[in-house]
Design a protein around this ligand. Structure first.
Ligand SMILES: NC(=O)c1ccc[n+]([C@@H]2O[C@H](COP(=O)([O-])OP(=O)(O)OC[C@H]3O[C@@H](n4cnc5c(N)ncnc54)[C@H](OP(=O)(O)O)[C@@H]3O)[C@@H](O)[C@H]2O)c1
Length: 292
């Protein structure tokens, strides 16, 4: 398939490029230097040139705290550019896979969020991503919106890499234990997107909004302990004490959802694709981090 990918330098983008090439797809990967999505005028020409058979939007303004004081840019990238991308997909009769976030929910639930549950973002970032979802639904018909959560990988900035840095340099570490969610390995998400691309290519895809994450629910403190064990298993020497704290002990500019567990059952059924286990993915990343 001829795939046009945005966010080439991001966690998901880099994970996707490697896997899509292996699977024999022809990927045109756009970095910010190819097209700045805060001023996405160049997109139209790129569509004319590339004539993609599928667009994967892995680009996003993901600086959750910075977005609180930079709403214009967050909305430009996460909503206005997405509207333009979706309209171009409709014009070119090209399916769109758009990636969104658990942060579209308010975090007040006590049972896992279903795709159709009421949204209510608690942050500017979440609101901008929700506006992006609405733009996709408004401007094109052949789309998958895939909400994911707590993304980590060997690339870019993420919780696992932060823990690796802190666990290998500090004696003591405090991590919040009152926010519950589901981590997602970007490589597993990329594999799933490629699986969905295969279903699109063979006309077996049901358009709509879906959830994807690895199959473990935990809080950040529990995740930190799991990372510590995986790093030790990978050969890191760690003697750090990890302690639980509350969100109130660790204030951030943007409010984080206390509960952001995505229910992925409809994805498993529609795509015949079980959510992958967390431990092997974490082991892979920790091994790579230890080898660097
Ligand atoms: N990270 C998470 O924990 C998380 C959680 C839930 C959902 N998601 C969603 O998952 C998707 C992938 O996230 P990720 O973790 O791979 O994000 P990421 O590593 O932060 O990568 C974001 C990508 O978007 C690009 N980008 C940002 N602003 C741009 C602009 N103005 N013009 C062009 N490109 C721009 C970045 O380019 P530069 O490298 O030049 O900045 C980068 O390639 C996003 O839709 C995100 O909202 C992420």
């Amino acid at each position: 398939m001829k795939i046009l990918l945005t966010g080439a330098t991001g966690q998901l983008g880099q994970s996707f490029i490697a896997r899509a090439a292996e699977a024999g797809h022809q990927v045109t990967a756009l970095a910010r230097s190819d097209c700045d999505l805060s001023q996405p005028a160049a997109l139209s020409k790129i569509f004319d040139q590339e004539q993609p058979e599928l667009v994967v939007n892995a680009a996003a303004y993901t600086a959750v705290d910075k977005a609180e004081s930079d709403a214009n840019t967050a909305f430009a990238v996460n909503a206005q550019a997405v509207a333009q991308l979706a309209a171009l997909c409709q014009k070119h009769q090209c399916p769109l896979i758009h990636v969104s976030t658990d942060y579209v929910f308010d975090g007040a639930a006590t049972t896992p969020y279903q795709p159709a549950d009421k949204t209510g973002p608690a942050s500017v970032y979440g609101a901008s991503k929700l506006a992006g979802e609405q733009a996709v639904r408004q401007h094109t018909e052949a789309y998958l919106i895939i909400r994911t959560s707590w993304v980590f990988s060997e690339y870019g900035q993420n919780f696992v890499k932060t823990m690796h840095r802190l666990l290998t340099s500090r004696d003591q570490l405090s991590v919040v234990s009152d926010q519950l969610g589901r981590p997602t390995y970007a490589g597993d998400l990329a594999d799933f997107i490629l699986h969905a691309a295969g279903m699109i290519a063979t006309g077996r895809c049901r358009w709509g909004t879906y959830h994807f994450s690895n199959a473990t629910t935990l809080n950040w403190y529990q995740f930190a302990l799991m990372i510590k064990d995986a790093l030790i298993e990978a050969g890191c020497r760690i003697d750090t004490t990890v302690s639980p704290i509350t969100t109130a002990d660790y204030p951030t500019p943007a409010r984080r959802p206390a509960f952001s567990v995505l229910d992925c059952q409809s994805t498993e059924q529609a795509f015949d694709y079980p959510m992958p286990p967390l431990a092997p993915a974490l082991a892979t990343v920790c091994k790579l981090l230890n080898d660097y």
